[in-house]
Design a protein around this ligand. Structure first.
Ligand SMILES: C[S@@+](CC[C@H](N)C(=O)[O-])C[C@H]1O[C@@H](n2cnc3c(N)ncnc32)[C@H](O)[C@@H]1O
Length: 497
């Protein structure tokens, strides 16, 4: 029975890919398909060439990644890999890792495809160190990184079989997380048994790909992970979160006990469900503030509820845009809009600001300019009269509410409700940029009443390969996300001026 409904909520393969459409759009994939009389298009999952065509086609279509996978090496399936990556992302977000610096991870045994680092670097912009023992896989992984112009984010390192983590960590470096899809089997006999299992469990639907060297470790995954746990004890200050995939359910409880006995602060596990395959992942840490379990539905609900407004900055002939030059243009617009901003993150690939608006300066700009013009042209007497009228209505308001500041605030902010709500202590995270707590300027105190800003958002300028994106994420404010969309439109219209 397919377990797709239990896939990670943000996994794009929860809804399986449309093979017919893939065959129409990708001739390389079409070669491996057959069409039944009913019109249904399928592939032979036992054929490694077909499996490879599916994975490389999806990587190209969904992630713009061009990946070479040799037929004689392990061919990764994407739904499972993505489930693992999304779970790590949830833990990183829940633990607020990378809030003040770039996120760096390690993939132990990256394989020829270099699948995890490519997915992570491409979709999250995180730095990855990828290790591998197999010489030819190392070469292929390096080529894949180069082909996709991700050398600035991914380093592929050839290591010795005895090494898991200890020897690869530089003295002066720390990492946010490790991940690993370890060799599962203890010997070749186990591989044969797995391939031929029929009696109790169904034969796996996919063909088992990969060399003996890739799939076998003396003592199997249990021995490999136990070694990793032992090494994590000496690296407890260098790595915040250790994770690994586990292939056999029976090993999950054994390893959890082993990890806690070794002195970890906490250990958590999660079930990766996809197609007919189930795998497990373990996370452990020596830090009290780092999370090893997470409410995935809650995190996904939050992040899906507030996806950022994203704008790919169009290329302009003869112009080489940099993050620096865009930050200048963005700050200029923020000043024009009289928005407060604080730089919260700056790296080679990201500049992020926390922005706050106290009044609407962006909507109906043209009408406002016309009104100003008309006001200038009006005779003084009428103008005076109007002023008297407005003064009268203001004083009425003052006497009703008994609070002068509320009138002032509402005057400059049409969206503020008549009774100002208290601003709850806020902590929001958006795509690796986290803003928590309120600065004194964000909360304006008027006579014991706490005023909520009109809008609070994160503004991220992100470089991914040669493309630059502007991302605006709604965080809080008396006006909703629609207001942020107006600001976003304003940026789109004025950024290239
Ligand atoms: C099951 S494969 C996973 C490949 C890839 N990460 C994936 O998920 O498709 C395990 C990989 O770990 C590599 N490996 C085995 N022992 C290793 C070690 N001590 N350090 C680094 N890589 C190792 C193998 O060569 C193999 O490529």
């Amino acid at each position: 029975m397919s377990q797709n409904k239990y896939m990670h909520p943000r996994n794009i393969y929860k809804c399986p890919p449309d093979f017919k459409q893939l065959a129409i759009n990708f001739p390389e994939f079409r070669k491996h398909t057959t069409q039944e009389l009913s019109g249904k298009v399928s592939i032979d999952f036992k054929d490694p060439a077909a499996l490879r065509a599916l994975t490389t086609t999806l990587l190209l279509k969904d992630f713009h990644l061009k990946v070479d996978i040799p037929l004689n090496r392990l061919i990764p399936t994407l739904p499972l890999r993505l489930n693992y990556v999304l779970w790590i992302e949830d833990l990183i977000l829940a633990s607020s890792l990378g809030a003040n610096s770039e996120i760096c991870g390690i993939d132990i045994g990256t394989g020829a495809s270099c699948i995890y680092p490519l997915l992570i670097a491409k979709t999250k912009g995180w730095h990855m160190l990828a290790t591998e023992i197999d010489e030819s896989s190392v070469e292929c992984a390096k080529r894949n990184v180069e082909t996709n112009s991700l050398k600035h984010l991914i380093e592929v390192k050839k290591v010795e079989r005895e090494t898991i983590l200890k020897e690869i960590i530089d003295e002066d470096k720390t990492y946010d997380f490790t991940m690993c899809n370890p060799p599962f089997f203890a010997n070749e006999q186990e591989i044969t048994e797995y391939e031929n299992r029929t009696a109790v469990r169904k034969t796996p639907s996919n063909s088992l790909t990969g060399t003996v060297g890739e799939l076998v470790f003396p003592g199997g995954e249990l021995a490999f992970i136990k070694k990793m746990v032992q090494e994590s004890l000496t690296l407890r200050d260098k790595i915040k979160l250790f994770t690994t995939m586990v292939g056999h359910k029976s090993n999950v409880m054994l390893l959890k006990k082993e990890i806690l006995d070794a002195g970890a602060h906490s250990v958590g596990s999660y079930e990766l469900c996809q197609g007919r395959t189930t795998r497990w992942v373990l996370a452990w840490t020596f830090y009290s503030e780092v999370k090893t379990t997470v409410d995935i539905l809650e995190i996904s609900r939050k992040s899906l509820a507030k996806p950022p407004f994203k704008y790919l900055i169009p290329e302009k002939e003869g112009h080489e845009y940099t993050l620096e030059s865009f930050s200048v243009s963005v700050k200029k617009i923020l000043n024009i809009l009289e928005m407060e901003y604080t730089e919260i993150k700056k790296s080679k690939s990201i500049v992020a600001y926390a922005v706050t608006a106290w009044k609407d300066t962006w909507s109906k700009q043209r009408q406002k300019r016309r009104a100003m013009q008309r006001k200038k042209e009006e005779p003084e007497a009428i103008c005076n009269g109007n002023n008297e009228e407005s003064k009268a209505s203001d004083s009425q308001e003052v006497s009703k509410s008994g609070d002068l500041s509320s009138v002032e605030c509402r005057d400059r902010d049409p969206c503020l409700p008549s009774k100002r709500p208290r601003l709850e202590s806020d902590s929001s995270t958006s795509e690796g940029v986290s803003i928590s707590g309120n600065t004194s300027s964000e909360v304006e105190k008027c006579e014991n009443v706490t005023v909520r800003p009109l809008l609070k958002a994160s503004l991220v300028i992100r470089r991914s390969c040669s493309e630059i994106f502007l991302e605006l994420t709604w965080l809080d404010g008396s006006c909703g996300r629609d207001t942020l969309h107006q600001v976003f439109q304003y940026f789109k219209n004025h950024l290239m001026e």
